[in-house]
Design a protein around this ligand. Structure first.
Ligand SMILES: Cc1cc2nc3c(=O)[nH]c(=O)nc-3n(C[C@H](O)[C@H](O)[C@H](O)COP(=O)(O)OP(=O)(O)OC[C@H]3O[C@@H](n4cnc5c(N)ncnc54)[C@H](O)[C@@H]3O)c2cc1C
Ligand SMILES: NC(=O)c1ccc[n+]([C@@H]2O[C@H](COP(=O)([O-])OP(=O)(O)OC[C@H]3O[C@@H](n4cnc5c(N)ncnc54)[C@H](OP(=O)(O)O)[C@@H]3O)[C@@H](O)[C@H]2O)c1
Length: 519
């Protein structure tokens, strides 16, 4: 949540124009559902009076390399962390970057994670489009490092290799029965509705009235909204075609979101809660368990107050309902190989030695009938071949982004699966600083090979490799197909089809044909 000091703001509108995700809106343009942000903003400055202080976003002098280049950097992963890293590196004319991704499409979780009903967030793609169009930037999409190309092969050709591979898996729940059919990870479910090519075969059965989601972070809220939303409202988004068809037939009426701790410890953020509270098409029911609302602390009172207001709202039986249930943990999943109910244990809160409220089971349990359990307890990074790996955090061990001179990491693979798209920018800046330090210090050895002929060599192993022109052709085709039905894009989910469309764009004569038709 960003707070703007009304006393200091000169109302020039520059921040609203510049925000790449359209997250800053003039107060005159707020929708009905966004109006609570006015009071939240004003209250912040009442609680934390704005004493004179220097500007928070200091503009640093652009750092310059002390050694002459050229330097080549490989970036593995074309998500936000990879693209912000590329952008930072390309501020240095001595550096060129090659960005690899295992999928033929870039943008990581912006394409395959951000919920389809959050289309405004996807406007960050415009910024990514500018980054990838800079001189010195090349894409090698549809190329998996560790499979199509090894770390050693990259290290031999580049001065530095930066891993920005994200966190592709999920944290396990480890309760009896959580491997039954109908028990899915939110990681898979999110990939399914967002058209991730690897997730389109997921067996999602929406023929039951209730879904139970474990965890109450922003991912849990995304999944709950998608399940409780009137699917006709999703028809104008970029949701994948198959999941939309399933949601249109869905029998789900109630989505129960389980938080193991109390309302004050809910992991979802205030803007997401305000968004849900302002949703006119969904009932929100709040069940605090034994915890109650603690509105005393300045950091917590906003969330608790919104939840208390929600708890007092009447329920409209014509609408689907999201139940935010607190002090509740699943203890077992029941059913004959397929989920039919979840056993839920009640918790009380205890403060631990660090002063943190912890959930402690009371021993009381109850059975909740459901046909589907979604585990939204966090993402988890997978190991990359030939790189160190911390299995507990699912990250590549590093110090401020440096794994060793010549090998670096940024984004979720560096700090774990937390933070927004923008968090990866400052994270990438820190990593790039370490790369510049090492280049300046001369502790990175000269690569033994070159990148000349690399494209040809990769095509020998992975003929379907996609470059920038190929990705732009896929993007154009998705937007063209989407426009037919009034959607921002109709996602292509088949990798071979993507490769074919990309391949056609690079055939001799295609570029001049495009110029001729003005496309
Ligand atoms: C469901 C969900 C919804 C979210 N919604 C929002 C939101 O609305 N707003 C917001 O600000 N933040 C949101 N976030 C957070 C945001 O998406 C992340 O902070 C961000 O995507 C992390 O960036 P990353 O580049 O580290 O990882 P990713 O975005 O995961 O990118 C990693 C990339 O690496 C590629 N890759 C992986 N392994 C290899 C390999 N071996 N070889 C080549 N390529 C590889 C992957 O294909 C992927 O493209 C959301 C997160 C999730 C999970
Ligand atoms: N719109 C957005 O901006 C947006 C959307 C989606 C995601 N994101 C960001 O992406 C990141 C990842 O989100 P996330 O929702 O996956 O993770 P998260 O915010 O870390 O939430 C994980 C949730 O799972 C719970 N949990 C963990 N282990 C559990 C267990 N064993 N049993 C029961 N509950 C358990 C946690 O409870 P405890 O708190 O008690 O540990 C928490 O409620 C976050 O930083 C999020 O803000 C942002």
């Amino acid at each position: 949540m960003l707070y703007v000091d009304a006393a200091a703001c000169v109302d020039c509108g520059a921040c609203a124009t510049a925000c790449p995700a359209d997250a800053i809106v003039p107060h005159t343009a707020l929708t009905e559902a966004q109006l609570p942000f006015l009071a939240l903003n004003a209250e912040y400055f009442a609680t934390f009076p704005h004493a004179d202080r220097p500007p928070l976003a200091l503009v640093h002098e652009q750092r310059r390399l002390r050694r002459p280049g050229p330097f080549r950097v490989a970036i593995v992963g074309a998500g936000p962390a990879g693209l912000y890293t590329a952008d930072e590196l390309l501020r240095h004319p001595e550096i060129s970057v090659d960005v690899f991704d295992r999928l033929p499409t870039p943008y990581g979780l912006v394409r395959a994670g951000v919920a389809p009903d959050h289309q405004h967030t996807k406007q960050i793609e415009r910024l990514f489009g500018q980054i990838e169009s800079q001189p010195g930037f090349r894409y090698f999409l549809g190329v998996e490092i560790g499979k199509d190309l090894s770390h050693a092969e990259l290290a031999a050709r580049y001065h530095a290799v930066v891993y920005t591979v994200g966190a592709a898996s999920d944290k396990p729940l480890n309760i009896p029965g959580d491997d039954h059919a109908g028990s899915l990870s939110a990681t898979d479910f999110v990939g399914w509705y967002n058209g991730h090519p690897d997730k389109q075969d997921l067996a999602v059965d929406l023929s039951h009235e209730r879904v139970v989601i474990v965890g109450n972070g922003n991912v849990a809220l995304d999944c709950a909204r998608i399940l409780a939303e009137d699917p006709r409202r999703l028809e104008s988004t970029d949701i994948a075609a198959l999941p939309l068809g399933e949601l249109l037939k869905s029998s789900v009426r109630e989505v129960v979101v389980l938080g193991r701790r109390g309302p004050n410890q809910a992991a979802f953020t205030v803007p997401e809660l305000v968004g849900l509270a302002g949703h006119t098409g969904i009932n929100v029911v709040v069940d605090t368990g034994d915890a109650g609302f603690d509105e005393s602390g300045p950091a917590h009172d906003v969330k608790a107050r919104i939840l208390r207001d929600l708890a007092a709202r009447p329920v409209d039986p014509a609408k689907r309902t999201i139940v935010l249930r607190f002090c509740s943990s699943p203890v077992a999943v029941h059913g004959e190989g397929r989920v039919t109910s979840v056993e839920i244990g009640r918790n009380r809160l205890e403060t631990d030695e660090q002063g943190m409220p912890r959930a402690v089971p009371t021993g009381e349990t109850e059975l909740l009938e459901t046909g589907m359990l979604l585990r939204a307890v966090g993402y988890h990074g997978l190991p990359v071949a030939d790189l160190p790996y911390d299995p507990v955090t699912g990250t590549i061990p590093n110090r401020q982004g440096r794994v060793m001179p010549g090998v670096y990491v940024a984004g979720w693979a560096k700090r774990g699966p937390t933070g927004f798209i923008g968090t990866n920018k400052s994270d990438a800046e820190e990593t790039v600083d370490r790369i510049l330090d090492d280049l300046d210090a001369g502790i990175i050895r000269e690569p033994v090979g070159t990148t000349q002929g690399l494209r040809g060599a990769i095509r020998g192993r992975q003929p379907g490799m996609v470059d920038l022109a190929g990705w732009q052709a896929i993007d154009r085709e998705e937007r063209r197909r989407g426009a037919v039905t009034g959607r921002p894009r109709a996602k292509i989910v088949d990798v071979e089809e993507m490769r074919r469309i990309a391949g056609e764009s690079t055939r001799p004569g295609y570029a001049s044909l495009r110029r001729w038709v003005g496309a």
